[in-house]
Design a protein around this ligand. Structure first.
Ligand code: ADP
Ligand code: MG
Length: 419
């Protein structure tokens, strides 16, 4: 990697309105960038800041630190760049020594996360060279292709490009691709991986359905190739509206304005919601109930990129539907995002109840929320597992994720409200 500077136009959504400019620099070792809003964006009455730490102003915002190249792009831009899975595909297809900007621009504009788009000198979105997004009826072919890549086989260049187009843009580490569902809307297909020893994708779809059953706002999902040994969880994209328009997305990491791997607490997210949410009370309650759910179903992958925010305009935000919630029967009871500084990372119902005031929730309300949620989880998880095609033996494998010390505590503490 030698010294280079690149200027990229940034545009918003379907109208490609100019938002700003990114100047990306690398000296071969360190990668940094400067972001500046376009005057056109600053002058628009309907414009909004891309993140709370990028207020609308005519200045340069610097990104990049010595510790990690991952911090070389502003948070909202980095949120649309591929992660472990997509990067793996891109690395195989392209030369070595790729920069953060190369990864960002390698993926398909159609499937790119959120509403930000990147323009070449001619004002054309980058990149538009990929074949159309596969449809659901091509899922079995796509599954085979993804499986080959997941197992490390070499693919012919045209197949590799097809895969980067549909599968490269999304974050996360599991094998996945964007597909068009029967109504033409974008959805994420999450595939069974060669390393899976549990029916993870059936369970993921079941858990999102269970979350909705408890009244949480969770992404809609169903299982495709349901009778096969390689079922696929198909999850509706929430960064597109029903009519297909793009919605600006931020990970909780970028919402907090912190770097990859920073320790943060749910109380920090609550504080940001208090300041920046359209309906702070409702959002803090939703977040609080997601903590209870996470503990009750033994999800322990609740890091800051597995929580997201959607822009509702005017610099206001709402929590994106919950996603990537995976019950883990065999892991220790630990949260990636701790509840509060006092409780640390313990996945503890007692700590969650103690923290209720930080979310503007009274002790009584917290106990009654817990009672209702614990009952629904206990009574309904098996039903959702069976509905997602799990066998009774597979359901049994997950029992420890739904029946454990914290669910007993929940039942005991919530006892008085459980009716
Ligand atoms: N339903 C969805 N709509 C839009 N974006 C999503 C949705 N679900 C996940 N994402 C985005 O895709 C990324 C990867 O998805 P995720 O389910 O977290 O996969 P993994 O299990 O590999 O971490 C998330 O971090 C989020 O940015
Ligand atoms: Mg994830």
């Amino acid at each position: 990697m030698s010294k280079s500077t690149r200027r990229i136009g940034i545009a918003m959504g379907d109208t490609l309105q100019r938002v700003g400019e990114l100047i990306f620099e690398t000296d071969g070792r360190r990668q940094t960038s400067l972001f500046r809003y376009a005057l056109e964006w600053l002058d628009d009455r309907d414009s909004f800041p891309l993140a709370p730490n990028l207020p609308l102003s005519d200045t340069h915002f610097h990104s990049g630190s010595r510790s990690s190249p991952r911090s070389a792009l502003p948070g909202p831009v980095a949120d649309g760049a591929p992660d472990a899975w997509g990067r793996g595909l891109i690395r195989k297809a392209r030369r070595r020594g790729l920069t953060e900007l190369d990864y960002l621009l390698a993926v398909d504009d159609t499937t790119r996360q959120g509403a930000l788009r990147y323009l070449d000198e001619a004002g054309q979105p980058l990149a538009q060279t990929y074949p159309p997004v596969p449809r659901l009826n091509e899922l079995d072919d796509l599954r085979r292709l993804v499986g080959s890549a997941d197992e490390g086989f070499e693919l012919a260049p045209d197949l590799r490009d097809r895969l980067i187009g549909s599968a490269g843009s999304l974050g996360g580490a599991r094998p996945k691709a964007t597909v068009r569902d029967d109504r033409g809307a974008l959805a994420i297909a999450k595939f069974t991986s060669a390393q899976d020893t549990m029916p993870v994708e059936r369970m993921e779809a079941a858990t999102l359905a269970l979350a909705r059953d408890t009244g949480l706002n969770a992404a809609s999902a169903h299982v495709e190739l349901k009778r096969s040994a390689h079922p696929v969880a198909v999850i509706q994209r929430f960064d597109r509206t029903a009519s297909g328009r793009r919605t600006h997305y931020l990970s909780a990491q970028s919402f907090l304005g912190v770097e990859d791997g920073t320790d943060a607490y749910y109380t920090d997210i609550a504080d940001m919601l208090r300041a920046h949410a359209a309906d702070a009370k409702a959002e803090m309650e939703e977040l609080y109930r997601r903590i209870l759910f996470t503990i009750l179903v033994s999800n322990n992958d609740d890091h800051l990129k597995n929580h997201g925010l959607l822009s509702v305009g005017g610099g206001r935000w709402s929590l994106a539907p919950a996603f990537d919630i995976n019950p883990q029967p065999y892991r220790r009871r630990h949260l990636e995002t701790g509840i509060s500084e006092q409780s640390g990372n313990a996945a503890s119902i007692e700590a969650a109840l103690e923290a209720a005031p930080f979310f503007d929730i009274s002790a009584d309300s917290a106990a009654s929320m817990l009672a209702r949620m614990a009952t629904t989880v206990r009574e309904r998880w098996r039903h959702h597992g069976l509905a997602a095609g799990m066998t009774p033996a597979e359901i049994k494998l997950y029992e420890d994720a739904f029946d454990h010390e914290e669910t007993s505590t929940a039942q005991r503490l919530a006892g008085a409200f459980d009716r």
